[in-house]
Design a protein around this ligand. Structure first.
Ligand SMILES: O=C(O)CCC(=O)C(=O)O
Length: 240
């Protein structure tokens, strides 16, 4: 099955060992990702029309200082390893996660600013953020549609990448040719329209990768069937 990749003109520098609060975190740093975390001014957004009703907005370099923020979140966020029911089996989620309510303080002021910028850009209130930590290439999320949104016809899911660049694949629901958005540290993608109904996304395992954190915010107008597929469900939370 073919994979189309969306090129980025952002240069990568060599793989780094990044030391933060006693933690050694390894990833390929981007020249744009060092320094104090802040929403960048003047980053350009490109719209990718997946079909007539689904789209992805890709903003390369949405956040400055993304590697700093990645290291800080890895060291300070209340990470948990969750367990997921996949039909008749309960499996460890191969990544760490934590979620924040919209009304709770954001885990970092730059993430509060990012959520505010999303609200300004789209004129909609976003929730979250949810954070995921992919410790190395063995951590992943399989192709899926976001569980609580996948029957809804008008949703937005914004995903900000911090740290290592990993494939981020998007394909039609049920299979087909994949598009690889390959977000680098500080890049933002927003999946909109019927994307959670008609398309799937995933971050596959890779042979070697440094640490990556994703921060995501969601919005929906609640239009749609609202039927939840109970085949797959997040059930148990354990310590990291
Ligand atoms: O971490 C990412 O980039 C994607 C996360 C995701 O798709 C999810 O948690 O539903």
């Amino acid at each position: 099955m073919g994979i189309l990749s969306v090129p980025s003109n952002r240069p990568l520098v060599d793989e780094h060992l990044f030391v933060y609060a006693g933690l050694v975190v390894q990833w390929q740093a981007s020249l744009f990702a060092l320094g104090a975390p802040a929403v960048a001014t003047g980053a350009r957004t490109e719209r990718i029309e997946l079909d007539a009703t689904s789209w992805i907005d890709l903003t390369r370099g949405f956040l400055d200082g993304a590697d700093e923020l990645c290291a800080e979140l890895i060291a300070t966020a209340p990470w948990r390893c969750h367990r997921r029911r996949m039909y008749d089996r309960v499996l460890d989620d191969p990544r760490l996660s934590c979620w924040y309510r919209a009304e709770s303080p954001a885990p970092h002021p730059a993430l509060a600013d990012a959520r505010h910028a999303l609200g300004e850009r789209y004129g909609r209130p976003f929730g979250g953020p949810g954070l995921n930590h992919y410790r190395d290439g063995n951590d992943s999320v399989a192709f899926h549609r976001d569980r609580e949104l996948r029957q809804l016809t008008d949703t937005m899911v914004a995903v900000l990448t911090l740290g290592a660049r990993r494939p981020f694949l998007v394909r039609p629901h049920g299979g087909g040719r994949s598009l690889d958005l390959s977000p680098a540290s500080g890049d933002l993608l927003v999946m909109g329209g019927r994307c959670q109904l008609d398309w799937e996304h995933g971050v596959p395992k890779v042979a070697k990768a440094g640490a990556r954190v994703s921060a995501s915010w969601r919005w929906t107008n609640r239009d749609g069937a609202h039927t939840i597929d109970r085949g797959e469900e997040l059930v148990i939370t354990t310590g990291a």
